[in-house]
Ligand binder design. Structure first.
Ligand code: PLP
Length: 454
């Protein structure tokens, strides 16, 4: 295929380096998502909206570290915040509550009023894991329900039916969870219940049958960051979960700050019981947070003892009987400084990034329309995806799987050769430093590529 040949011609340095990487890491990568055939581009430098690979090729970056970089690479305000923080305190953690934990917490409470109390973690994975455990602890039940096609991180309880084969009958007729990774015990197939996204009747039916077992429903309010829940589905899901005493967990690791300062919940005007955040709020560093209703979050609070020298307490557990949550790096000050600077800058620039994203979406739509090719640019805020399909609407994983990935992949490889970067088949994320110049350059490249493909 010509697209791959061009890619090979343009990236010999990446190819060479990747063979070294394979001598060090299984498959040459340290996160499976970073791998693609024939080999991934190896980037060497990032600056603003641009990336530069080992062969010196320049790319406009629409991957943005899987959405984490809201202000592109090396933004001066974030750099300054990190440097100031390190000047003041070094990289050290004091092992005590920190001023920045409270400053960040207050900012989050202001922007996400449903997060009445919060805790910090080191990744989105840890955040949703803690949210699930909290739901178990609070409700006394031992199962969670998640939606087919939704990703919540890399642990056993949720590595189910994220990317399952669709040759079987759809949900709810086959509600069995499909294991996504070797090493995940079949125990989890019994304890994680799979739901059909954007299908309220089927979801409500499954939930009401198993209400005594299901502690929480966890979902990406916008699947994969680009397939929105319908408003009526979301409102219905909130109502049903409340009626059935099931907690509702919004995984806003991807949507938080990218769909609005207050995330998807501010758009839908729905209050989840627990929210998980990550990515953008770490300013490019590893981060996670969960927050929610006071009475739910309080299950993690160490119990106060009436006597600080109580001899009956074991040394280990002043916090006996409460939900375990710990972590050496939770609330790392350097990360919180970067995260706060990220939020402050976004408060000034969010309208710009939304406007520029819309321009790109509309421009791409027009280029396909000009050629009479059916497709949709799906998404809200600063993320979207280009789905080549004749279907009217994409509402869930199964419908997405029926779109034309083959052509989309060819387009993506050709775009790579034109200096437009996202991992093939990945969604597009934009940043506040993407501007008119980058959009025009991207649309020109798109136009050339579509002429080659169609
Ligand atoms: N939840 C969602 C919706 C995500 O998109 C991701 C990461 O892509 C995660 C959770 C996991 O976050 P992390 O990669 O920080 O562990």
């Amino acid at each position: 295929n010509r697209a791959i040949e061009n890619y090979l011609d343009k990236t010999p340095g990446s190819k060479d380096f990747f063979s070294q990487a394979k001598e060090v890491m299984p498959g040459g990568v340290t996160a499976n998502i970073k791998s693609f055939d024939p080999y991934p581009v190896i980037m060497k430098k990032g600056n603003g909206a641009y990336l530069y690979d080992l062969d010196g090729n320049e790319y406009i970056d629409y991957l943005l570290s899987y959405g984490a970089l809201m202000h592109g690479h090396g933004h001066p305000e974030i750099n300054k915040a990190i440097h100031n923080q390190i000047e003041e305190e070094g990289t050290s953690l004091f092992g005590t509550p920190h001023l920045l934990e409270v400053e960040m917490g207050k900012k989050i409470q202001e922007l996400y009023p449903s997060m009445e109390l919060l805790r910090y973690t080191n990744s989105g994975t840890e955040a949703t894991l803690l949210a699930n455990r909290m739901a178990y602890a609070y409700t006394g039940k031992n199962k969670i329900a998640k939606f087919e096609g939704h990703y919540h991180g890399g642990y056993d309880q949720v590595l189910l039916s994220v990317n399952p084969p669709i040759d079987e009958a759809g949900l709810p007729h086959k509600p069995n969870a499909v294991i996504e990774s070797s090493g995940v015990d079949s125990y989890h197939q019994e304890h994680t219940i799979i739901l059909p996204f954007n299908d309220l009747d089927a979801t409500a039916e499954i939930l009401s049958k198993r209400r005594d077992e299901i502690a929480a429903v966890v979902l990406e309010p916008i699947q994969g960051g680009f397939i929105p829940a319908e408003q009526s589905f979301m409102a219905g899901l909130r109502k049903v979960t409340e009626e059935l005493d099931i907690l509702l967990i919004f995984d806003e690791v991807k949507t938080g700050f990218r769909l609005g300062l207050g995330g998807a919940q501010s758009l839908y005007k729905i209050k989840p019981d627990i929210t998980a955040l990550g990515k953008v709020v770490g300013g490019g560093f590893p981060v996670g947070m969960i927050g929610g209703k006071k009475e739910v979050m309080m299950v993690s609070s160490p119990k106060a003892s009436s006597d600080v020298f109580d001899s009956s307490q074991s040394l280990k557990s002043s916090a006996k009987e409460v939900l375990f949550h710990s972590g050496t790096y939770n609330g790392h000050p350097s990360i919180l400084a970067a995260g706060l600077a990220t939020i402050h800058h976004l408060e000034k620039e969010i309208n710009h990034v939304f406007a520029i994203t819309n321009q790109l979406k509309e421009g791409i739509n027009k280029l396909f329309a000009k050629r009479g090719v059916a497709m949709q640019s799906i998404g809200l805020g600063s993320i979207f995806n280009v789905v080549i399909t004749e279907q009217d609407k994409i509402l869930n994983y199964r419908q997405l799987q029926q779109s034309n990935f083959r052509i989309r992949k060819e387009i993506d490889f050709r775009l790579l050769c034109e200096g437009i970067y996202t991992k093939p088949l990945n969604r597009y994320s934009l940043s506040t430093v993407h501007g008119k110049k980058e959009i025009n350059r991207t649309l020109d490249a798109y136009d050339r590529v579509l002429t080659q493909v169609f």
